[in-house]
Each structure stands twice: as structure tokens, then as C-alpha cells.
Design a protein around this ligand. Structure first.
Ligand code: EPZ
Length: 420
């Protein structure tokens, strides 16, 4: 396993070019199962999760080529229909091959994904939606089995106790594209990544309206064609780099990102007294003298993204005063708190609420990454602390941040990646 050694205290400043969005790429890769025609996906980030999904598509009979950020996916055979536990367990987004398999091959054996460190991660909404279309999914031995004669469009409410579900919306939307008749998804997820998937499905010939709103309508078709698509930039990477620069007293310009993707994060930074300029598809942020405390509540899009919660907790730790973070999406997503406290943070937690007392500065330490976004928050604290911070188990970072060390070095950070 690798570690990252950070010699913090240097200002992070300059211009960063974002990679393509991991969370847009993964469902779009699954959508290739809806057609036998070739599909080309551009601006794909070189991340371990993408390689895992490529492996799964290969096991499902696709020929996958990944060259210089472009995926070319062709049909080889349609015989297989099984997504094994060892793959789904490592990357739960694999579960969104279920909808396309049911729609195109009318047969699926997909492992339940199980939980992870950020929470239980149930899939009841996925199953509710697909069963509503007639999938008749049976669960046995940790697997979902189904071989429906056909899928029929229906109206289904996909909201759960934590609001909308991104991948359940993706799964049902994909299945509905080949179902007979119209499907209406109520309380659908509005994330930009769901909109990007809908864009791809429409390029394939699907008839979809309402994407980006809490009601999506899909009129089923007999078949879908191939596509060529450039994935949207990664808004979570953008928000993460904003925090990297602000916690070091720096300034950063992010190109080619729609500011609407980050409305809640931008609003929060302004409430924290930080300078944020938005011009066209560019966002510029600059640290000001004092960081003001704030209260953040994570919510489904367009609310504050849960995937930026851990990173913003580092910034809140440097505010003058007491802040709170209420995690309404994954109430247990606080694995980063003990490690940040080992770096001098003063964060306490009661159920889904974290209370953050401002400190002057972080102290360098050896810390352990636990999940993708928690690891990014430890890197942020390490960049801010003067001295050497070592982050272990950085394979978590490789799941969601492409060339992180190189990108940070280009912005003035001093860090290196080494074998543990
Ligand atoms: C997607 O996961 C993202 N992953 C997550 O990003 C992100 O944190 C999450 O959406 C929320 O924005 C990908 O897109 C690959 P959900 P997803 O279904 O779709 C509950 C990262 O760091 N729920 O929107 O799996 C669930 O427990 C990752 O890049 C049910 O109750 O998340 C959670 O509380 C982490 N039943 C809430 O809904 C279900 O059937 C939102 O989860 C499904 C979800």
C-alpha cells in the first residue's frame, strides 16, 4: 500500500484543470449494456473505480478499451448476466448494471453491494423501482436474481428517508428506456451526473424529459443505439481543490466548470467570508484574512453535497468561532473526525451533527485514510499544517482523484507518494 508524505504550510495557488466526473462516468459506462452498438466516452478519469467498472463490463461480454481518457466499449457477447460479489463489493456503483441487464438481456444475477464505512448503503429504492417495472427480483445468498419476460413503464416514487437516490434514479431510468410504455420517476435525483446520464441515453435514442428535476419521464423504445459523449467535469474535485487552496491561505482558479454545479458550496464559502468570483465557466476563490464560522447541512442536489462535507470540515476548523455540520444524507459519514482531531482539530459529534470549534492551525501527524472523501480532508489538513504529515492507505484517494500529487505539486504543494 502507498502513503503520501505532505510537507505542509505552502500556499496552494494557480489554475487547476479538472478531470471528468467519476460519478457521471460510472452510470454512463453501465448504460453501454443497453445497446450492442459501439460506445465512445471521452474525458474519462483514470481512477480505480473506472477500471473496476471496465472489468465488470468485460465480464458481462463487452470489449473495453481505455486509451488516454477515452473509453471505447463494443459488444462481444450478450450471454453473461452475472455481476459477482467480489466486484460489486469493491465498487457499489456496479449495482447500476442491474437496470440495463434487466432491460436488454431480461436476465440478471447481481450481488447486493453491502455497506461501507460511510453507512449501511441500502438498495431498497433500486429494487422498489425495478420491481415496479415488473422485474420481479428475488434475493438469495446475497444476490439479486431476475429474468422478467418484459418490463412495463409505471409511475414510481423513489424518495427514501434521506431524500432522493442518485444511483436508484440512474438504475430505474436506464431500465425504463427499453420498457413498454411510459415510466414516471417521482422524487428523482437532480444531480448533474444524473442529467449527464440522461443526455447520453437521449443520444442513444431514448425519449426522456424532466432530467434535473424531481420528476423524470421516460418513454420506452424497442432498442437503443451507440453514442459518443464527453463526460462533465468533476464538481467534487473542484470543491475539494477550493478547500485545498483556502486552508493554505492560497487562491485558485478552476476552469470549465458550470458554477451551478457548486451553488451550495459557493454560497457557503461566501458565508464564511471567502472571496469567490464566478465568470462564465470559471470559478476563482481566494482566502481572506478571517474565516467566519458556518452551519452546513448536507442535502441532495442542489443542497450542500455530502461528498464535500469532510473537506469543508477542515476549513471550518480554521474559522474564528464554532460551526456545525449536519449530515442528512449519510448520518455516519464522520470517519475523518478522529483523524482530524489527532491533527489538532476540536470536533465533537452527536448523532448526525458535528460541532467544530475553531483552532489556529493544524499540527502535522501520521494519519490513516478510511474512505475517499475523508482521505481528501486529511490531505487538506496536511497541506495546511506546517511540517510533515503522512497519510496512509491512499488507495482510497485513487478511487476518486486522478493524479492528485501531480496536480497539487503544480499548485505549489510539496508532497510525495511512496510505498508504505
Ligand atoms: C451517489 O451514491 C454517489 N456515488 C456518492 O458519492 C454520493 O455520496 C451519493 O450519491 C449522494 O450524493 C456515485 O454516484 C457512484 P444515494 P448513491 O443513493 O447513489 C439512501 C463519492 O464519494 N438510500 O443518492 O449510492 C442512502 O443510504 C460517493 O463519490 C436508501 O435509503 O447514493 C443515502 O442515505 C460516496 N435506499 C441516501 O439515500 C436506496 O435504495 C443517498 O444515497 C439507496 C439510497
Amino acid at each position: 500500500m502507498d502513503k503520501i508524505e505532505i510537507f505542509g504550510g505552502k500556499r496552494i495557488k494557480g489554475r487547476v484543470k479538472l478531470s471528468g466526473s467519476k460519478n457521471a462516468t460510472l452510470p454512463i459506462m453501465a448504460a453501454t449494456l443497453l445497446t450492442d452498438e459501439p460506445c465512445i466516452i471521452e474525458n474519462v478519469p483514470q481512477l480505480s473505480d473506472v477500471y473496476t467498472m471496465a472489468k465488470l463490463l468485460t465480464a458481462l461480454g463487452k470489449e473495453v478499451k481505455f486509451e488516454d481518457h477515452t473509453l471505447t466499449i463494443k459488444a462481444r457477447s450478450n450471454k453473461s448476466f452475472s455481476a459477482p460479489y467480489k466486484l460489486v463489493r469493491t465498487m457499489r456503483a456496479s449495482f447500476c448494471v442491474l437496470g440495463p441487464l434487466l432491460a436488454k438481456r431480461k436476465k440478471a444475477k447481481v450481488s447486493l453491494p453491502g455497506g461501507c464505512v460511510i453507512g449501511v448503503r441500502p438498495v431498497d429504492l433500486h429494487l422498489k423501482g425495478l420491481n415496479c417495472l415488473g422485474a420481479n427480483i428475488k434475493i438469495s445468498g446475497g444476490y439479486c436474481y431476475a429474468n422478467p419476460k418484459k418490463l412495463e413503464g409505471k409511475e414510481v416514487f423513489l424518495g427514501g428517508p434521506f431524500g432522493s437516490s442518485v444511483l436508484a434514479t440512474a438504475n430505474v431510468m436506464m431500465a425504463a428506456t427499453l420498457a413498454k410504455g411510459e415510466t414516471i420517476i417521482d422524487f428523482s435525483a437532480c444531480e448533474p451526473e444524473v442529467v449527464d446520464l440522461a443526455r447520453v441515453l437521449k443520444k442513444m435514442g431514448a425519449e426522456i424529459s424532466g432530467e434535473g428535476t424531481p420528476q423524470i419521464r421516460i418513454k420506452g423504445k424497442k432498442s437503443l443505439g451507440g453514442f459518443k459523449h464527453r463526460v462533465i467535469p468533476d464538481r467534487i474535485e473542484a470543491g475539494t481543490f477550493m478547500v485545498f487552496s483556502l486552508v493554505t491561505g492560497g487562491e485558485i482558479e478552476i476552469e470549465e466548470i458550470s458554477p451551478q454545479f457548486l451553488g451550495a458550496a459557493i454560497d457557503t464559502l461566501r458565508r464564511m467570508g471567502q472571496k469567490v468570483l464566478v465568470k462564465g465557466f470559471k470559478i476563482y476563490v481566494k482566502r481572506t484574512s478571517e474565516i467566519l464560522p458556518a452551519n452546513i447541512v448536507t442535502l441532495p442536489f442542489p443542497g450542500f453535497p455530502t461528498d464535500l462535507q469532510a473537506q469543508f470540515m477542515v476549513l471550518l476548523s480554521l474559522a474564528k468561532g464554532v460551526s456545525t455540520v449536519t449530515e442528512k444524507v449519510y448520518p455516519d459519514r464522520f470517519m475523518h473526525i478522529p483523524e482530524l482531531n489527532r491533527m489538532g482539530a476540536k470536533i465533537s459529534r452527536f448523532r448526525e451533527v458535528a460541532i467544530i470549534e475553531g483552532i489556529d492551525k493544524f499540527s502535522p501527524a501520521e494519519v490513516m485514510a478510511s474512505d475517499l472523501r475523508a482521505s481528501a480532508s486529511l490531505v487538506a489538513a496536511g497541506l495546511s499544517a506546517s511540517g510533515k504529515t503522512t497519510v496512509y492507505r491512499v488507495y482510497h484517494l485513487d478511487r476518486g482523484y486522478e493524479n492528485l500529487v501531480e496536480k497539487l505539486e503544480r499548485l505549489g504543494a510539496e508532497l510525495r507518494r511512496r510505498k508504505e
